[in-house]
Design a protein around this ligand. Structure first.
Ligand SMILES: [Ca+2]
Length: 499
């Protein structure tokens, strides 16, 4: 369904209802007119199985080849035609992520991008190899989570400078893509609401038909009943902005074109899909098939195993997802000094049942921002990182934690993880998870203890097989002696070392 298919009768009927509804509620900043530096690609040129440009032709050829060969996703990405300076990037299972922002920094992008550029060398030296950037497009809010003109990138020069610096140091730049909803640039003469979108240009045909607004207008839709809207939402509704209709082939083509542009024109190599409860995971799989990023992670804000497994299945396992179960159970365990919480295999860590899909974290811009639900004190945060930086899953360090008092601990733990060869897929064996003690082995080379209880991997052994790698208040990490290249280990304060 396209805008040109509106009948004049529909338009009149639509307008007759719409005039009763009042004006839009979005920021007046959306009315500002800014010159288009990058016009949207005509959607008809990007129809399925069409390859209108050289880059798109390459993408199509690659997809066909990979389907025939059934190559692993990351492998086909590595050898894709025209990839930029990607030979320094590690295999994705070895990724250690940094969330490159917090809530407050979102509204000062210019400074954030400069800060990232400045810190790239030290972040690379610390072992980070993926940095998650915030949504880059022009947005109705100052944080970027109400994007409007997708191709308008504020402070683009500074952003690209940071990304290019990352590439030089082997760091993958992950872009946060908000695809559940979008804010219009102009008021529609169909809906009398903010449903005219620019870059790419859409009308109300591109938003879902059951697109309810927030209280006190929860009984109203962005697109009234007798207007020509898209299909039904395939996920949850975001009441604060029009929800995108992902069932529309034209919407799908425009999303794929934009994701390709973010890679080829801006330099991103990985995706973080915002609010993946908002639309079916099958579309995430489709977009990843088209873009073939280095890595993807979805934000499915839930701890329910059934729901998470369902989303992973829908998205065909092509995107990882943040491990909210681990975050909340680990927080409970450390706060209550009761590590049995970690053993919850339904509302607990995804690394129990979907290890390959887990991106572990303690805090993010939401929990530490508007939710005001910080993981804990500095000591509790250190214990949290002891767990996620030694265990399987892809660990993601929060910006405030890296620039806080635990930086040295985090750096030592990343060094231990990488020296021991721990990856997203490493095996994990729990020795104790009780009141006052968590103890376990990860892979063949790390042993970990949390809590004040007594435990050592050397207990009962004739020889001292395990060396203490790092330790702090109520935690200790050991590395198997054979994994410990002592020539490269420099003792620090008698307890810790850096590599
Ligand atoms: Ca939705």
């Amino acid at each position: 369904m396209i805008a040109g298919q509106h009948s004049s009768a529909t338009d009149r009927a639509c307008a007759s209802v719409s005039h009763l509804r009042g004006g839009g509620s979005l920021s007046s900043s959306m009315m500002s007119s800014v010159a288009f530096l990058f016009g949207p690609r005509p959607p008809e040129r990007l129809a399925a199985n069409k390859c209108p440009s050289k880059e798109k032709q390459n993408t199509c050829n690659r997809r066909i080849r990979d389907q025939k060969l059934r190559l692993p996703f990351w492998l086909s990405w590595l050898f894709r035609p025209g990839s930029r300076q990607t030979e320094n990037f590690p295999e994705p299972a070895a990724a250690v992520m940094l969330q490159g922002f917090d809530w407050d920094l979102l509204s000062t992008r210019n400074e954030l991008y400069k800060l990232l550029h400045k810190n790239i060398p030290s972040l690379a030296a610390a072992g980070f190899n993926v940095i998650w950037y915030p949504p880059p497009s022009a947005s109705a809010d100052s944080q970027g989570y109400l994007p409007g003109r997708w191709y308008e990138i504020p402070h683009k020069k500074e952003l690209q400078r940071a990304i290019e610096q990352g590439e030089k140091f082997g760091i993958v730049s992950m872009v946060d893509v908000v695809l559940n909803h979008r804010t219009g640039s102009k008021i529609s003469n169909q809906t009398f609401d903010w449903t005219r979108f620019e870059q790419p240009d859409w009308e109300e045909w591109a938003i879902v038909q059951n697109d309810w607004k927030c209280p006190p207008e929860e009984h109203l839709k962005y697109c009234p009943e007798n207007c020509t809207c898209g299909g039904l939402d395939t996920g949850e509704n975001a009441c604060f902005a029009p929800d995108i209709d992902h069932t529309s082939p034209r919407v799908q083509a425009d999303i794929e074109a934009w994701l390709s542009w973010l890679q080829e024109a801006i330099g991103f190599h990985a995706f973080r899909f915002d609010n993946t409860k908002g639309y079916s995971g099958k579309f995430v799989a489709k977009y990843i098939d088209s873009a073939q990023p280095y890595m993807s992670v979805g934000e499915f804000f839930d701890t329910n195993r059934d729901l998470l497994e369902s989303w992973i299945k829908e998205s065909e396992g092509k995107a990882k997802t943040f491990d909210f179960g681990l975050r909340y159970k680990l927080k409970d365990a450390i706060h209550q000094d009761d590590y049995s919480h970690i053993m919850d295999t339904f509302f607990g860590p995804m690394i129990w049942y979907a290890t390959d899909s887990s991106v572990s974290f303690l805090d993010n811009h939401d929990t530490a921002g508007l939710l005001k639900d910080r993981f804990g004190t500095d000591d509790q945060i250190a214990m949290g990182y002891v767990f996620i930086l030694t265990h399987p899953g892809v660990p993601c360090v929060f910006w405030q934690d890296w620039f806080g008092s635990n930086q040295r601990t985090i750096r030592d733990l990343i060094a231990l993880r990488q020296r021991a060869g721990i990856t997203a897929h490493s095996s994990w064996k729990v020795e104790a998870a009780t009141k006052g003690l968590y103890a376990g082995y990860v892979g063949d080379s790390l042993a970990v203890k949390l809590g004040g209880g007594e435990w050592s991997p050397n207990t009962g052994k004739a020889t001292r097989e395990w060396e203490r790698g790092a330790s702090g208040k109520n935690w200790c990490v050991w590395i198997r002696s054979s994994s410990n290249d002592k020539d490269k280990l420099q003792p620090l304060d008698g307890q810790r070392f850096v590599v």
